[in-house]
Design a protein around this ligand. Sequence first.
Ligand code: ADP
Ligand code: MG
Length: 367
Amino acid sequence: RCFWGRGVVSFMRSTSMFNNIFGKFSRDMGVDLGTANTLVYVRDRGIVVNEPSIVAINTRNDQILAVGEEARRMVGKTPPHIIASKPLVDGIISDFEVAERMLRYFIEKVHRESFSVFPRPQIVIGIPLGVTEVEIKAVEDAALGAGARHVFLIDQPMAAAIGSRLPIQDATGTMIVDIGGGTTQIAVISLGGVVTWRTLKVAGDVMNNHIVQFARDQFNLLLGERTAEELKIKIGNAFPAKDVIEAKMRGRDLITGLPKEVVVTSDQVREALARSIRQIVEAIKSTIEVTPPELVADIYERGIVLTGGSSLLRGMPELIRHEAHIPVQVADDPLTCVVRGTGMVLENFPAFRDVLTASTQYARGSR
Ligand code: ADP
Ligand code: MG
């Protein structure tokens, strides 16, 4: 029995190794190329990359110094010959070359870590709603250039809905609001398609900027963007809470030029964020206004589902519930919904084939 057991184990080991090396589909990937964060899901393994969309480049020799978290730690601290670049702005690729290099870095990292040879993976990648053909093609080309064999596209809110396990293929209305770093995407989904939607370039990044502005206007204090973001996450809120909390913000005094520290309250930060949050709420309301009544009835019953990192801002669901008079819930692990959705598409391709967006490759007839 003992021998038998060992034999089975070693047989299983060798088959899994065989699959690792020669498995045609084993390294297929789902990718969420976000303005703030890039995530990669690998079939049978789950999420293997979850890092900021930042690349640090040495301009003297054009070499990549760091990617992801390591590059983020360099933001605002680089000497002149090093640039920390964010290749996406407002959800779309703004620096093609850097975006492609970042993707290639992550794809190669996945292969290195699994000791597999480099079978060119098929990639399912999310794209924001409402982008142009040219912007879609940039995403596709970046993925192809980074080593993909085929690229399949999916609308990010659709992926977020799938990742949140919402019944997107049923004849029932589901409203998903993905509030990320660069964009807020609002979509009503029914029968596997997006019925009504809005996208706005107001999300976490704009909120950070509003905190920077607030510090400058109120205290003549120059804040770094990272400090502003940390303050937002620490004490920011969207809806008045019982407990008012405080935090210190550190920056440079614009008058003396010297370091300065100011204590602010969560109420003050809410005021600073109010403008951006109001725009998000108005966009949700106006999407509901153009949604067919039967679907609105479904949404009313099922509630709005929030995804994306900025849905974690304290009081966000409460505010939307209060303003739209509809129940609201934040999805489980909202930062990973989109990539988990692309992963679910990979794992069950036949079931989700119809929710994919037409690729520009088809239009070009290259497949
Ligand atoms: P993207 O899809 O654009 O890459 P993400 O969904 O990854 O964006 O979300 C990133 C944004 O979420 C950032 O702007 C970040 O500041 C914000 N964020 C993350 N955690 C929190 C939190 N706890 N409270 C408020 N904002 C948050
Ligand atoms: Mg996103």
